[in-house]
Write a new protein. Structure first.
Length: 260
């Protein structure tokens, strides 16, 4: 299973403005293809039902639901806390929350990790200090698995900064859960992600040169994004949900080119 990229939504039904399923459906309509189901305080039966509801929303667009915790709730994709379990369970897709280099160094068979907080966050104010784009870049360069930037990501400019630092995407909670229009908010952030990956045109003595982000292959064969050491190339011409979530539906393209 391909690791998540682009804009990844983390759920929180307690802050969702119009019901969790409606917020997720709106985010999917805005281009989101990855959702991490949290809601760990719910009884398992209710989480299973909620997971089924969200999978149905994502199914129409080929999206994927990842479940926080070791129990995939009928699926095969989980996101684990930094505390464990170790070793990771054998599922098709396994991610882990990390906050600093020692936690990243413990990764073994995980397919990806979130790293946080990149900026101050209202959701988990106790974590810190914030890494900022420079701190994020250092951890990306030292980590062989794809990293999603998490924590305080709310604006297109922040999404762009995370991509330029090498993150394969951003994990967002508050900016979408609290949004008055989840579709518009998701579309804005998703557009910023894709624009950050769009080749940049620069003027040289000999004309226009097309510059693309550098794509590097990790130990798991996954492409990570970096804008340092750009390679120039010549462009071509013409170039009952109320109780569970409260009460529709649009995979961003992922980089597939491997480094020669």
């Amino acid at each position: 299973m391909t690791p998540p990229s682009g804009v990844v939504v983390l759920t929180d039904r307690l802050v969702a403005r119009c019901g969790l399923d409606r917020v997720v459906a709106g985010a999917v309509a805005g281009g989101v293809r990855w959702v991490v189901l949290r809601e760990k305080d719910l009884p398992r039966a209710e989480r299973v039902a909620l997971a089924a509801d969200l999978r149905a929303i994502l199914a129409d667009v080929g999206g994927t639901l990842i479940v926080a915790g070791p129990d995939p709730l009928g699926g095969d994709a989980v996101h684990l806390p930094a505390a464990g379990p170790y070793p990771p369970p054998a599922h098709d897709l396994v991610g882990r929350s990390c906050h600093h280099q020692p936690e990243l160094d413990r990764l073994t068979t995980e397919d990806y990790a979130t790293i946080s907080p990149v900026w101050p966050t209202k959701t988990k104010p106790g974590y810190g200090p914030p890494l900022g784009p420079d701190g994020l870049r250092k951890l990306v360069e030292a980590t062989p698995v794809p990293l999603l930037a998490l924590g305080g990501v709310e604006t297109p400019e922040q999404v762009t900064a995370c991509v330029k630092a090498g993150a394969v995407g951003v994990a967002v909670l508050g900016a979408l859960m609290r949004a008055e229009d989840p579709t518009e908010a998701a579309a804005t952030l998703t557009s910023a992600f894709h624009e950050a990956l769009t080749p940049v045109l620069t003027q040289t003595r000999r004309g226009v040169t097309q510059v693309s982000p550098v794509l590097t292959q990790t130990r798991r064969g996954v492409i990570q994004v970096s804008t340092s050491g750009l390679r120039p190339t010549v462009p071509t011409q013409g170039s009952s949900l109320t109780a569970r979530s409260g009460h529709g539906r649009p995979q961003p393209p992922t980089a597939t080119r491997e480094e020669p």
